[in-house]
Design a protein around this ligand. Sequence first.
Ligand SMILES: [Cu+2]
Length: 195
Amino acid sequence: MKTKFLGVVVLGLALIGAALGPAAAGEPYKAQIDALRKSLEKYQDYKAAVRDLYLSTVDCVHYAGEKIAHHMEYAKGAMGVHFVNLTVRGAPDPMKPNVLIYEPVGKKLKLVAVEWLVPLTPDTKERPLLFGHSFMGPMEGHEPLIPKEYVHYDLHAWLFKDNPLGMFAPTNPNANCKGSDFSLLEKPTMMVPGP
Ligand SMILES: [Cu+2]
């Protein structure tokens, strides 16, 4: 009798899950991501980011979508202007990304995404993971803005702009660098064997 009741409860929960749809069922990190977005709102003003030592790397990076063997595959689209905070170190903190990403829109910079950049070190045992998403890489540094020797993993999150390829895709086909005098078409980065 008890088992049957439990079965009904489980079935009921499954139906509720189905009714809420894939968004609710597939986003166990929604509350955490909402909290992260809220905590980063202040960086809509890029000067606030600079004051907190997120420093601009100037160029607006975008990719043509070309495929090269042993290189990262970036879909055609922009990654934007990276503001990097070298004082944020250690294991990736979900609430403290070390990169903020801006899209030039007209004469303004609009906060669109964040990134966690994690160097590969001799102590690295496994690929980092945040919000259920595996980091990409390891890969060489993104030349010419980051030295090739800076082998790293990274994870992007488009918290402030919809990305048809998914929130955690590295490039966004709906973002572009047309508003920037410093538009940089990058070659896909070389991949490096990891642990
Ligand atoms: Cu990278």
